[in-house]
Design a protein around this ligand. Structure first.
Ligand SMILES: [Ca+2]
Length: 498
């Protein structure tokens, strides 16, 4: 029994059981914990115990294997879930980015519809932080797109920047204007012009630093700047277009080393000047030209400031002359406006502010006009008149528009238009009076009165007159009476402008 059992054991256990060792078989079955068998039965019992332990361990191992395979599966699932989460995350990120981009684009589109024309407007809206802003001087949703400018809010100044604001050394060359620097602005020239027209004042500063240089001497214009029209300008300060204000006039201590014979840069004296061009009609400066730098010892550099515009070019007291001038005055809404193209009259026009000034249909005449001041007169005689010729009057009861000269009896049309005239007088004899326009008879008042009885005569007429046309009453024969009762009236008034 012992042998059979013993033979049935794996050889490993024989070795294990016969060995006396300090080694341990895991924590659960230390060899030292197995007591030496005292008999066969005792040995069988020990073996049985060991076998039970082995089975227990085998079961544990099987559970571990099972758990391990499940863990593997779970791990695979986690990996899969992780990949899916990454995909979801990428999608969400992409979606979020798209959403943000969409919203930014939307906000930008909205912003472009509400950008103000100048920094002056922003300041009026309460914006107080100086910085870079979008403005649209030539109008929202038309013309050129908005431009970026620097708004200096303390003075509500719009600064248009350009590529020549840093100090730039002038290249050596001897001839007048041989050095050229073209100025590129951070805005279209159309927007720059619109900004200038909207503003009350604009200016641009230029700083010129020099060491001994010939360009400040004599009467030769070695330096000039080019205005918005492409014309050279030789004044370096103020608004004085057409004058020669040499650059030396704004510079202190710039010695001519050629003329003085001292071109030693160490010994020479430098100078610096600052000029401010304030002629809005010439701005912006589009090019700088310098010359006269012959010696290596001659040095000069220029710094051109931003175009600075401030204030608002308020609508003048007199009526606007066109839709364009209304637009420059800040009107942006399409609608009917009054403009004055001829003195004394206002024409009703439709201004399509959504169109360009040059578009057909930008300014449409409606045919309706009104006189700035009416034309009415009532000339009076208090006694009769019997001399052949133009009938004069004592005074005018009403003379709005000052068309009538009572003492001469001549009415001069102040406006183009259709006028009404009426003439009434007393008579007791044969009489003939002509109503004339520019000495041409247009109507006749006639009475053949043999009875010598007093009569009241009258005549009315409508005339289309041009400015300056003259109308009078001409007594051809007979006499008219008034009997001291204001019996003679010559009345006229403007009915409609043409
Ligand atoms: Ca625009």
């Amino acid at each position: 029994m012992y042998v059979t059992k013993l033979r049935g054991l794996p050889s490993l256990f024989i070795v294990v059981l016969t060995a006396s060792t300090e080694c341990s078989f895991g924590n659960k079955l230390p060899f030292s914990s197995i007591p030496q068998p005292r008999s066969l039965a005792d040995l069988e019992e020990k073996i049985s115990t060991v076998m039970a332990k082995i089975e227990e361990l085998a079961e544990g191992n099987a559970r571990l294997k099972f758990d391990n395979s499940h863990l593997k599966l779970y791990n695979e699932q986690l990996k899969h879930d992780n990949i899916q989460l990454k995909i979801d995350n990428e999608y969400l990120k992409s979606h979020l980015e798209n959403t943000v981009e969409d919203r930014l684009q939307y906000l930008e589109a909205v912003t472009r519809q509400i950008v103000p024309p100048t920094c002056e407007t922003l300041a009026k809206l309460g914006v107080s932080r100086s910085g870079t802003y979008l403005v649209d001087p030539d109008g929202v949703l038309r013309g050129d797109p908005p431009i970026k400018v620097f708004c200096e809010m303390e003075t509500a100044t719009t600064n248009v920047l350009h590529d020549s604001m840093e100090s730039t050394e002038i290249d050596h060359c001897p001839d007048p204007g041989c050095y050229s620097r073209r100025i590129t602005y951070d805005a279209s020239i159309k927007q720059v012009h619109a900004l200038i027209e909207l503003s009350k004042s604009c200016e641009q500063q230029i700083r010129y630093n020099c060491y001994p240089t010939a360009q400040t001497t004599g009467d030769t214009n070695y330096a000039w700047w080019v205005d918005r029209h492409g014309d050279p300008q030789y004044y370096w300060n103020g608004p004085r277009e057409g004058e020669n204000i040499y650059i030396r006039d704004i510079i202190d201590d710039c010695v001519d080393c050629i003329q003085s014979g001292n071109c030693d840069a160490e010994a020479s004296q430098g100078g610096s000047g600052l000029g401010t061009i304030t002629n809005s009609g010439a701005l912006p400066i589009t090019e700088l030209r310098f010359g006269g730098l012959q010696s290596e010892n001659q040095k000069a550099n220029h710094t051109l400031g931003a175009l600075m515009c401030r204030g608002h070019n308020n609508q003048p007291n007199h009526p606007a002359e066109s839709c364009s001038s209304l637009r420059r005055a800040g009107h942006t809404r399409t609608g009917h406006y009054l403009i004055s193209t001829k003195e004394g009259r206002l024409d009703v026009v439709l201004c399509r502010m959504d169109l360009e000034d040059t578009d057909v249909g930008f300014q449409v005449y409606t045919g309706a006009s009104i006189a700035e001041e009416g034309v009415y007169f009532d000339a009076v005689r208090v006694d009769g008149w019997s001399s052949v010729g133009i009938i004069p009057f004592y005074f005018a009861e009403v003379n709005i528009g000052n068309g009538m000269d009572p003492s001469s009896g001549i009415f001069t049309a102040p406006l183009d238009g259709i006028y009404a005239f009426h003439f009434h007088c007393m008579t007791h004899e044969t009489v003939q009076v002509l109503l004339r326009s520019n000495e041409v008879a247009k109507a006749t008042l006639f009475s053949e009165n043999e009875s010598n009885l007093g009569q009241m005569l009258g005549q009315s007429i409508l005339l289309q007159l041009q400015i300056g046309d003259q109308v009078d009453l001409y007594l051809e024969r007979g006499a008219i009476q008034s009997l001291g009762t204001r019996g003679i009236h010559f009345v006229g008034y403007l009915l409609y402008l043409t």
